[in-house]
Design a protein around this ligand. Structure first.
Ligand SMILES: Cc1cc2nc3c(=O)[nH]c(=O)nc-3n(C[C@H](O)[C@H](O)[C@H](O)COP(=O)(O)O)c2cc1C
Length: 379
């Protein structure tokens, strides 16, 4: 049963679908991928050269292999895995192993580990390296009670001796560069990120990322980019600033205030996996990248969806993809009315077959009158 929106123009949809059918596969990825990266903005992390200063953050439930593959194809130089619990990884728990999945087509494989026991951290680092990790990141920033309750994640910022011993265990266990991701501290009274960065350097860590909030803030308030400057002053390692960076202006301001070498984007990548390449172009003063048009977005969504189905299997793949689908629809500028987008999202998230989703998105994005900005400029 074809999906038809009340406002849709069937002939326009058919025309757009004929255009889609004529497209060579993945032409869009070539256009959206940043042109030759400017290596003056590359970040050295141990023996790895990250080809850009806009990194995509590890996000549980978001940065799975299909997302990382898509972001990489769209020019992201660095996308981390979801956090992987070391003990469960070593025991081979299938869903945890899946989180650490290494995929073809990734220019860089960054595996994030979480844990509180040096033996398991060492074991996790060895497994990640054997699986092909280029960089191993340790999580000392997660605020979730299930994680801090096990003395992992940001709880490690309450015991810097123990945190340092875990970093050392990882560094000693692997030949790959080890990095650290943390917050400003546990709470306002203990903003000890500069000390932990200094200790991390002493333990052999190669870069640190700081989310500019304390654990007690969870995600409330504003990330404090200026506070990250104290971390930059405490270490000679590359410093990556994170928190509330969503566009070129916030990326530039975060770097200016913190003095950091790179920015990391989390939620700002929802529904726009091309954001790293787009911001990288701005930081390098290259011509700003055009936002993908409707045909391009459709191509991205459908490729991401099919990859999700083949990675997880049909049932789980659809379930996992629905949140991405919702974000793609929310972020798109069409239709202009937020109410219409919300209604479309609700309707789309009830669909199950790729063909239905493709038809519905075609109707939503292609059937409305839409003028490419470049056409306007030419006229
Ligand atoms: C849904 C979600 C999942 C996250 N999972 C992780 C994780 O697995 N590991 C980690 O270090 N941080 C995780 N984070 C924190 C992000 O990496 C990032 O530090 C935080 O969202 C702040 O950046 P942002 O404002 O750009 O989103 C997660 C955040 C979100 C919203």
């Amino acid at each position: 049963m074809p999906i038809v929106f009340s406002h849709c123009d069937l002939e326009a949809t058919r025309k757009a679908n004929r255009t889609l059918a004529r497209m060579p596969p993945h032409w869009i990825f070539e256009r959206l991928r940043a042109t030759t990266p400017d290596m003056t903005h590359a970040i050295p992390i141990g023996d790895v050269m990250v080809r850009g200063a806009v990194l995509l953050a590890p996000m549980t439930g978001v940065t799975d292999l299909p997302f990382r593959r898509m972001a990489s194809r769209l020019g992201a130089a660095y996308v981390a895995t979801e956090m992987v619990a070391c003990a469960e990884l070593a025991r081979g728990r299938p869903d945890v192993v899946r989180r650490a999945a290494v995929g073809e087509g990734l220019p860089l494989m960054v595996v994030q580990l979480v844990g509180h026991d040096a033996r398991w951290i060492a074991q996790g680092a060895k497994i990640a390296e054997a699986a092909g990790a280029d960089i191993i990141d340790l999580n000392m920033g997660c605020p979730a009670k299930e994680v801090t309750g096990c003395a992992s994640g940001s709880a490690l910022m309450r015991n810097l001796d123990h945190a340092e011993s875990l970093l050392k265990a990882a560094v000693d266990a692997t030949s790959r560069p080890v990095t650290l991701k943390m917050r400003l501290g546990w709470d306002d009274a203990s903003k000890n990120a500069p000390e932990l960065a200094w200790r991390a350097e002493r333990a052999g860590v190669q870069a640190v990322t700081i989310h500019g909030r304390t654990r007690q803030q969870f995600y409330t308030g504003q990330a404090d980019w200026l506070a990250v400057a104290a971390v930059k002053a405490a270490t000679s390692l590359p410093v990556i600033v994170n928190g509330d960076i969503v566009d070129a202006a916030s990326a530039q301001e975060a770097m200016r205030l913190s003095g950091a070498d790179a920015v990391m984007i989390g939620r700002g990548a929802y529904g726009q996996p091309w954001i790293a390449a787009a911001l990288q172009a701005t930081l390098e003063d290259r011509q700003p990248m055009d936002e993908p048009g409707p045909v391009e977005r459709l191509d991205i969504v459908m490729d991401h969806f099919r990859d999700s189905l083949s990675f997880y299997g049909d049932v789980l793949g659809l379930k996992v993809f629905r949140k991405h689908l919702g974000w793609y629809v929310e972020r798109a500028p069409w239709p202009a009315s937020p109410d219409a987008r919300r209604a479309a999202k609700a309707m789309l998230c009830r669909l199950e077959r790729p063909a239905d989703i493709e038809a519905a998105l075609s109707n939503l994005w292609l059937a409305d009158p839409y003028v490419e900005p470049s056409t306007l400029l030419a006229a």
